[in-house]
Each structure stands twice: as C-alpha cells, then as structure tokens.
Design a protein around this ligand. Structure first.
Ligand code: SF4
Length: 698
C-alpha cells in the first residue's frame, strides 16, 4: 500500500473507488479499490485509463486577464470588484454562477453559500440541470424530499430489473458489470430494457421494449392501470403511507391498453409480458436515467414510475424500489449542498421561509436568496439578453454541452464579464473568458463526492498542484473575502468546509429532513483524511451502515405521506415534413462529457474515433449515404456533420449521435448546436433525446 492513495473515479455516478499510485518515473497507475462498497475492485475502460489523462498538455497553469498572465491577487481582486460593482448597480440577480457535477462537494458548498447567502441571489445553476433535475423534481413531488430510496445492492437482489432510458452497459459500466454478474449467478432474474435503440444493455435483457421516443409516460400509466385492475395494489401500504391514489387512477383510466400500444408502438405480446412480469414479481427495481430525465415530460416520467412502486409498496426493501441513476460523479453532492437554482443547502427548500431563515441563521449571512434563480437554459438566455452582467463558469464547457450551443457561445461572447475556472486553457468556453483561473484536476484536488446510491467518498490528492493551480473552493472563498465577507469564508482546508456542511445538515433537524450527516459535525482533519465511504443519512446519534428509505413510510411531506401524481400522457412526436427524423443524443462507452480529459487517451479514442450518427439501413438508403459516409444533421438551431453508422439497432426514422465531440476534436461534430432549448416545465431539464431534425448526405 506504500505510495498508494485511495480515491474515487471522477467520471460517472457509479462513483467507483480507485487506488492510484505514482511510479518513480512520474507515471500514474490505477486499479479498482477492492474495499469500496460501490465497485468492489471493478473499474471500466474510462476508469482504468485515468492514469493516461493526468499529463499537463494544455493545462492552464496561472491566472490570465484578457489573455495575459496575471497574479492571483490581481485576478481575484478584479473578479470581486466586478461582481460587487454589477450587484451595486444592477442588483444581486445581475450576476450568475454556472457550475458543475464535476465539482467536489466542498467546492459546490462554498459556491452555493456565496451566491445564496452573501450575494443574495439564487442564480447558481449547474450542468447537473442537464443530468438529473427531473429526478429531483419527481422525488420532491412524490416523497417531499430528493431522496434516492435504495442501494446498488438492490439491483443484485431483485428478481426483475427494469432499465428505462438507461444504456447502463456504456454509461454506468461497473453497475452493469454487477448486474450481469448477478444474472449469471441467478439466471432466473429477469431484465427488461426500455429504449428506442437496441443498445449494448439490451443484449443482456430478457425483454427489450423498443418504444417510440418519449412514450414512457403512456407505458407506465398503462402499467399503473394494469396493477389496479389485476389486484396487485398493496392496499395497506397505500392506505397508511400515501395520498392521491384515487386521482392517479382516474387519470390513468383514460388511457386504454390500445392507447398504450398505439403511443409506444410496441407489439401487444411484449407489452402484456412486461405488465405480467411487473405484476407477478415482488422484488422489482426500476432504474432510470437520461432517457427519462432529458425530456419535456421528464418529471412526469419519473412520477409515473414512482407511482407504480408506491402502489405496490415495493420501495425501500431489499431488492425493491425506483432507482435514479445519476450521470455525473457528484451530481448528488451538488444536490446535497443546494447547488441547483431552485434548492437551498442540505435539502432545504428555497420556497420555505422557515428553511431560508434557518440557513441564514446558520451562515450568519447578511441576506438569503428569497426565490429560485435561473435554471441553466434560462440562465444563458438571460446572459444573451444582457440581464446577466457578470458570469462565473466553473468546471464545465457549456459551449459544447448546452442545448442551442451556438446561441450559448454567442451569449457568453457578448457578456460584459466572464470568469472561467478550469484545468485547461483552451476549452471551447475558456476561449471566451475575460478572466481564466487555473483549477486543480483529478489527482490534485481533495474533497468528497456522493454517488447514485447516496454514498459519500473521498477524492484524495496524490499529485502536486501544477503551476499556480488552486482548488475551486479556495478561489470562491478568496472572492467572498474580497467582497467583504471575510469571516464567513475563512477556510484553510476542504475538511473545514465539509465539517460546516455536516453541521448544517444536522442544524435544527429532528428527523424532518432526509439529508443528515450530523455524525460528521465536528470532525477533525485526521478523521476527514481517513474517511471511509459511507451512505447517508448518518445522524449525530449514529446511523446504520447500509441505508434504505420508505419501507415503512416516513415520507417528507408535512403529513408524512407520499403523493401519487396524476399524469396523462402527452403527444411526443415532434417531427414534421421539413424535419422528419427524431434525434437522440447520448454517451458512448469510452468518452466523458466534452472529451477534455478522456480525449487525451489514445486507448479510449480507439474505441470510437469520430462522431457518428447511428441510422437504420433503409433510412441510409433513402438519403443515399453509405457506411462511414458523411451525414449533415440540421434543425432550426444549427447543423452538425458526422459519419454514418448504419445499423439495425437503430429504429427507422431516428438517429443517435453522441454528445461528446467538440470543435477541437471534430470540425462539425458539436451535436448540441442542433438541439433546441426545449425544457421540462417543472424541472427545467433540456429535452435532448427527442429532437426533430433533417438528415441528408453531405
Ligand atoms: Fe469511473 Fe463510472 Fe467507470 Fe466506475 S463505472 S470506473 S465511476 S466511469
């Protein structure tokens, strides 16, 4: 173990434990941590290649002001001065932070505290808005809190695992490995994959339901009716722990079996088999990811899934429950500190005067944001129309990843003052910055992250900070001090930030809030340094090692009951004569986000070297393109040109294009330039999987 450091993978929401070692020649080797309860030693291709991504090529090594090297003091003073001047002249809502699920919890905590408690605006949103905000909204509607009820182990204990809108094999590979191993051990376990595309995950499935895009609401509303009509409801659970069942049933009654067939496009035999499996299997886990969340009906999709689990009482018991698969390594940690524009810290509600008062008293802050701030798409529209005078972007690349990406690029370019904190000097977004601040990368920074099963793990540094790079929490705290809030941002180490975060979670929390890690309030630096992965909640009086929620009710609405949400399916087909194809964007196995790190590994790039569009052979024939020929994809927002990948895994009339490529890796592969800024009305999450486009030979 000498020279080995236990840390956590910085990519997907599985949150695998990693053991890293720096060799005598400076090379970094990694292996899975056999003691980490989320991966037990496994890693996927991306995690295994982490050592190939930590070189200093392209790194931003010192602050810059308008392209010229600057001292930290000079840059931080200018940031603080400009933000303060904008606030003084135009009010707190004239400034904004756009942060990231790649930040550590400590970074996120300080950013949220500065914006909501001291600047007094809630204009802090995050790329996690693009990832799981529909799940947050669905959880809060049903449970009264953003609570993930189960654990990864539930997938192994279930007799039926449903994966909807999730290509687990590529997007959460180690969890897929755990599921595949469980099925190999117990072949009787059934797996149902619901996805318009026949993905690699579908190859593991006993039943693949290739539904039409965005028709999950009809599918699960139909299931809810089927459960009622076949006496599969847990009457005791529903009566004791829920409300709104009758209204949900009335809404579902308007959708017949024939309606579901028509909307989803499924064969009747397959639909019957799915409903039969759910009805007759007690141990059911339903996992959902971006295919559910990234939709204009994303929150409704989450709630119709939750309705089915609440109605059968299959929640919070081993092998049972709905399970939101988070995309990013710390989207959950961001939620816990209130890193979304519509949340407060420690899962408190910004709409609640009592919660606002509690957080303000804890922070002893001069003010507190009184209403939700701008969500990501609205935030960049406010930048575009001049309402935002100063913008700080941290650890994310919105010029590639936001919908309507060209408009986002133009908005950032026109913004009077843009600060970008990043590890790289020339990301598509960094190019538009007035101030560039060099951040620490994986292996250099220290803090915590929370994975999809509510497990908090340490990321530990094992490399020296390169050049003058500094932690994101430090940058934020320094700006806070310079804005006149020295006492509140007097942190010397991430352990102090984590300790405060833990103390806030327990502050006036007598079981009324789900997120409670009060056991770590008062922790020492030494305890922090040796912190082993743990699941929350861990209240001060001591918690259990493995935690599940809601087997016996105990929801977080005022009456302690869960809510059924009455939902009716809406029309999902957006195509027209001019834009006859449905575009679905997503991830590939071996790249991460906009490739600023994974793009450095030749091994990872050898999996798929170029951006592509999967399309059905007959569609390819009709537009006259052959395999590896170029296809131009166009919407009213913009265009992209990618290689054709002709495959019958893709349904007719639809295309799949990966989201990763940026202008540095492919001339016109930036697919988010094509995606319109359409969002879910409740969560504000962009609908990146059902976009009407034209496709033609280029
Ligand atoms: Fe990293 Fe996710 Fe792969 Fe685990 S599954 S090694 S967390 S990318």
């Amino acid at each position: 173990m000498e020279n080995e450091v236990k840390t956590t993978c910085p990519y997907c929401g599985v949150g695998c434990g990693v053991i890293a070692k720096v060799g005598d020649d400076g090379t970094v080797s990694v292996k899975g941590d056999p003691d980490h309860p989320s991966n037990y030693g496994r890693l996927c291709s991306k995690g295994s290649a982490l050592g190939e991504t930590v070189d200093l090529d392209g790194r931003l090594l010192h602050p810059e002001i308008r392209g010229t090297r600057a001292a930290w003091d000079e840059a931080l003073d200018l940031v603080a001065r400009t933000f303060s001047a904008a606030i003084a002249e135009h009010g707190p809502d004239s400034v904004a932070f756009y942060v990231s699920g790649q930040l550590l919890t400590e970074d996120y905590y300080v950013a949220n505290k500065l914006m909501k408690g001291f600047i007094g605006s809630a204009n802090i949103d995050t790329n996690s808005r693009l990832c799981m905000s529909s799940s947050v909204a669905g959880h809060r509607r049903a449970f009264g809190a953003d609570t993930v009820p189960g654990t990864y182990e539930d997938l192994e204990l279930a007799d039926l695992v449903i994966l909807t809108g999730s290509n687990l094999a590529w997007c959460h590979p180690v969890l897929y490995q755990r599921l595949a191993a469980a099925k190999a051990k117990r072949p009787g376990m059934k797996i149902v994959v619901i996805d318009p595309r026949r993905t690699m995950t579908a190859d593991l499935a006993d039943l693949h339901l290739a539904i039409r895009p965005d028709t999950d609401v009809a599918l699960f509303v139909g299931l809810f009716s089927h459960l009622v009509l076949n006496n599969a409801i847990d009457q005791n659970y529903v009566a004791a722990h829920t409300s709104g069942f009758a209204e949900a049933f009335v809404a579902s009654s308007s959708v017949s079996f024939a309606d579901v067939l028509e909307q989803t496009g499924l064969p009747a035999m397959q639909l019957r088999e799915f409903y039969r499996l759910f009805t007759t299997t007690e141990k059911v886990v339903t996992c959902y990811s971006q295919g559910v969340n990234q939709s204009s009906s994303g929150t409704d999709k989450v709630n119709v899934i939750l309705n089915c689990h609440l109605a059968t009482g299959r929640i919070g018991r081993p092998g049972m429950g709905p399970f939101s698969l988070t995309g990013q390594p710390n989207a959950m940690g961001g939620r816990e500190v209130g890193g979304l524009a519509n949340m407060l810290a420690a899962h408190m509600a910004i709409e609640s005067a009592e919660d606002r008062d509690r957080v303000q008293r804890f922070w002893q802050s001069p003010r507190i944001a009184e209403r939700p701030g701008l969500k990501a798409v609205d935030l960049f529209q406010a930048v575009a129309d001049g309402r935002i005078k100063a913008l700080w972007i941290m650890a994310t690349n919105p010029v590639v990843s936001m919908p309507d990406a060209d408009a986002v690029a133009a908005a950032i370019k026109a913004c009077p003052f843009v600060v970008v904190s990043d590890i790289l000097k020339t990301t598509d977004t960094a190019r538009h910055a007035h101030i560039l601040l060099p951040s620490l990368g994986w292996g250099e920074k220290s803090g915590t992250v929370t994975n999809s099963e509510r497990r908090i793990s340490r990321q530990r540094s094992f490399l020296d900070a390169p050049g003058e790079a500094r932690a994101d929490w430090w940058q934020l705290a320094e700006v806070g001090r310079r804005m006149g809030f020295a006492a509140a941002f007097d942190y010397e180490a991430p352990a102090e930030v984590f300790e405060e975060h833990a103390a806030l979670s327990a502050f006036e929390n007598e079981g009324g809030r789900d997120f409670d890690i009060g056991a770590y309030a008062g922790l020492t630096r030494q305890t922090y340094d040796t912190l082993a992965p743990f699941q929350w909640p861990q209240p001060a009086e001591g918690g259990k090692a493995e935690t599940r929620f809601f087997a016996d009710g105990g929801f977080y609405h005022a009456d302690g009951k869960a809510r059924f949400v009455a939902v009716e399916p809406t029309l999902s087909d957006r195509t027209s004569t001019a834009y006859p194809f449905t575009l679905n964007t997503g991830r590939i196995r071996d790249q991460w986000h906009t490739m600023t790190r994974t793009g450095k590994s030749a091994r990872l790039s050898s999996h798929i070297a170029e951006p592509f569009a999967e399309l059905h052979p007959r569609d390819a024939m009709e537009i006259g393109v052959g395999n590896a020929g170029l296809v131009e994809i166009e919407s009213p927002q913009g265009k992209a040109v990618v290689r054709a990948l002709i495959t019958d895994r893709q349904a007719r009339g639809s295309l799949f294009v990966p989201m990763h490529w940026n202008d540095q890796f492919a001339a016109a592969g930036r697919i988010d330039a094509v995606v319109p800024p359409v969002t879910d009305r409740i969560s504000g999450q962009p609908a990146s999987k059902n976009v009407a486009v034209a496709a033609r030979k280029f």
